[in-house]
Write a protein that binds this ligand. Structure first.
Ligand SMILES: [Fe+2]
Ligand SMILES: [Fe+2]
Length: 146
């Protein structure tokens, strides 16, 4: 497995979790549980991704712009998550805000798969891409156990 295959597994999970949360209502146990899982997944994924794929990409002059763009989007997503945490789940505004977050997450992972990965495949050799997948796994596990 290489880093691109590993990251896609998480992206698929994120898209699925987002769809499930869109179907929840009010301050329910289901919404609370799924959103806690979604937040932990997105946060650990983004941090581990920055420590692996983007750390490698930013070292390459041709990769810097895309890496900086993606890292800036991680910050925007983290801000949206924080805003949601400060919003009452029982209120209709929560779902409106979640719809925006979900839309931004889907946009972000689509962009990574369609733009960032093809560029990274040109700049990062295959052996490194395999090694980065192992490193991602370890780094993500460390985040999740915090
Ligand atoms: Fe990302
Ligand atoms: Fe990602």
């Amino acid at each position: 497995m290489n880093i691109y295959q590993r990251l896609k597994q998480d992206h698929t999970k994120q898209r699925e979790l987002g769809k499930k949360i869109l179907k929840t209502s009010g301050d329910s146990d289901q919404r609370n549980t799924l959103f806690a899982e979604y937040k932990a997944e997105l946060t650990a994924h983004a941090n581990a991704e920055e420590q692996t794929l983007y750390a490698a990409l930013i070292e390459k002059p041709e990769g810097q712009e895309e890496a900086q763009h993606s890292v800036a989007e991680h910050k925007e997503l983290a801000d949206l998550i924080e805003d949601l945490e400060n919003t009452d789940m029982a209120h209709g505004a929560w779902l409106q805000k979640f719809e925006k977050l979900d839309h931004e997450v889907v946009h972000h992972v689509d962009e990574e798969e369609e733009d960032v990965f093809p560029l990274a495949k040109k700049l990062i050799d295959d052996e490194t891409a395999e090694h980065l997948a192992d490193k991602f796994e370890k780094r993500k596990a460390m985040q999740t156990n915090d």
